[in-house]
Design a protein around this ligand. Structure first.
Ligand code: FES
Length: 185
């Protein structure tokens, strides 16, 4: 089970707002025009209700912006006949949706108890140290990394599992962290 499928329950504790701000709806440029609108219409045609298209619609917005701004949430709410509060509730539930700009490499470390007893906290600390992020949810000064802790990634027998964007890596130890970061552009 991946975070993309199920999400975790930990929203980032802190946010770096080095770019983009909160994306107030008044400053929002519509996302669902042209090709993106066509794609959304195609997704809507597969479901019996508009609400069912919420997760893929949010994913399209995040692909476009790199995160899901308040403006994007309002736009999607309007298109799917939902309230902005409902859309925000979904965005804040899943760690796969970013509520602020994040680093190019978004690193999720499982620190739930089974991984926790195997040293997951030390893995998270190693990422914070070697990326320069310093704190969970804060983007590194070079804009490359954001590290967060998440709930069970479904690989409890392979502590510590992490996700870097869409890539899943098992059995990560603090010692492996520099090598893993070295593979990232
Ligand atoms: S508790 Fe870490 S993957 Fe399940």
């Amino acid at each position: 089970m991946s975070a993309r499928e199920e999400g975790g329950l930990h929203a980032p504790a802190h946010a770096s707002h080095s770019s983009g701000g909160h994306g107030h709806p008044a400053e929002h440029s519509p996302i669902f025009v042209g090709e993106k609108r066509t794609k959304l219409d195609e997704i809507l045609s597969r479901y019996p209700s508009k609400m069912a298209a919420l997760l893929p619609a949010l994913w399209i917005a995040q692909d476009e912006q790199g995160w899901v701004s308040e403006g994007a949430m309002a736009e999607i709410a309007g298109l799917l006949d939902l309230t902005p509060a409902y859309v925000k509730g979904v965005v804040t539930f899943y760690t796969m949706y970013h509520q602020h700009p994040v680093g190019r490499h978004f690193i999720q470390v499982c620190t739930t108890s089974p991984c926790g007893v195997c040293g997951a906290e030390d893995v998270a600390k190693a990422f914070l140290k070697h990326t320069g992020c310093g704190e969970l949810g804060v983007t590194s000064p070079d804009g490359k990394y954001t590290v967060i802790e998440v709930e069970c990634l479904g690989a409890c027998g392979f502590a510590t599992p992490i996700m870097i964007n869409d890539d899943f890596i098992e059995s990560v130890t603090p010692e492996r962290v520099p090598e893993i970061l070295g593979t990232l552009k």
